[in-house]
Design a protein around this ligand. Structure first.
Ligand SMILES: [Zn+2]
Length: 237
């Protein structure tokens, strides 16, 4: 039995800047359905109790281990310790109990694809993917001097290259396997919509356009319309 603590997060109407790239991807995929109706940002916080494991939590809440791992930046399930506060995406309420796994059940593997993308810039990671002050941060922030070259993190095609509220100058690339990457707050976009790009090719320059407190790159990885944790797809630094 667990004494589950936490609070519910529900943001049905919030027009967060993060929302726009999601809406955009949807639009590009053919059906603009409106951000607010698709991206209902629900979830609950869960305080880990003694004996609870990531897999047991995932099963009790009905979410995937992978989603739990990515949104909480957990790279190894043995990192999870009693007292940790985890965000459980999409969950509406806490289960009455977190059922322990049957004896001998292995923890589900967390999957990484570290070679899929390369770092678009070098710089200090200033913000991770996941919950930030009660709302979702759908990418990572990398600080760099204004004007630093931004490079395509994989071969692909430019599907968006213009200003977008909140994001400033934004570039969106489409890659194989329904992956997208987004590059925001650029001082300059150097590629046009429709153009093919090669991995490592310079596509823009770092800036602080849109809602940005200083020069940095906001970088997103999406699989279809789902935001994924970029750190699970980039080489380890
Ligand atoms: Zn950001």
């Amino acid at each position: 039995m667990s004494n589950l603590s936490g609070s519910t997060v529900s943001r049905k109407k919030k027009q967060a800047p993060n929302c726009f790239a999601a809406a955009l991807v949807l639009a590009l995929l053919g059906g603009f359905l409106g951000c607010t109706t698709i991206y209902v940002r629900t979830g609950v916080y869960h305080r880990v109790q003694k004996g609870e494991t990531l897999t047991a939590l995932a099963r009790s809440y009905g979410v995937s281990v992978q989603d739990l791992a990515e949104i909480n930046n957990i790279e190894d399930s043995t990192q999870v310790k009693p007292g940790d506060r985890l965000f459980v995406p999409r969950a509406r309420r806490r289960p009455a109990t977190v059922k322990p796994l049957p004896k001998g059940t292995p923890e589900e593997k967390i999957v990484f694809e570290r070679g899929r993308f390369v770092w678009p810039i070098r710089g200090r990671l200033t913000s991770r993917f996941g919950m930030r002050n009660g709302s979702r941060h759908d990418g990572i922030d990398i600080a760099a001097r204004p004007g630093t070259d931004i490079r395509a993190s994989a071969d692909g095609r430019v599907v968006y290259s213009q200003r977008l509220r909140g994001y400033g100058n934004l570039i969106l690339l489409k890659h194989s396997d329904d992956f997208f990457t987004a590059y925001a707050h650029n001082s300059k976009n150097l590629v046009k919509k429709g153009r093919k790009v090669k991995k490592g090719q310079v596509i823009g320059k770092v800036g602080s356009t849109g809602h940005a407190t200083g020069p940095h790159l906001h970088f997103e990885v999406r699989k279809g319309r789902a935001a994924r944790n970029p750190l699970f797809f980039l080489p380890k630094v």
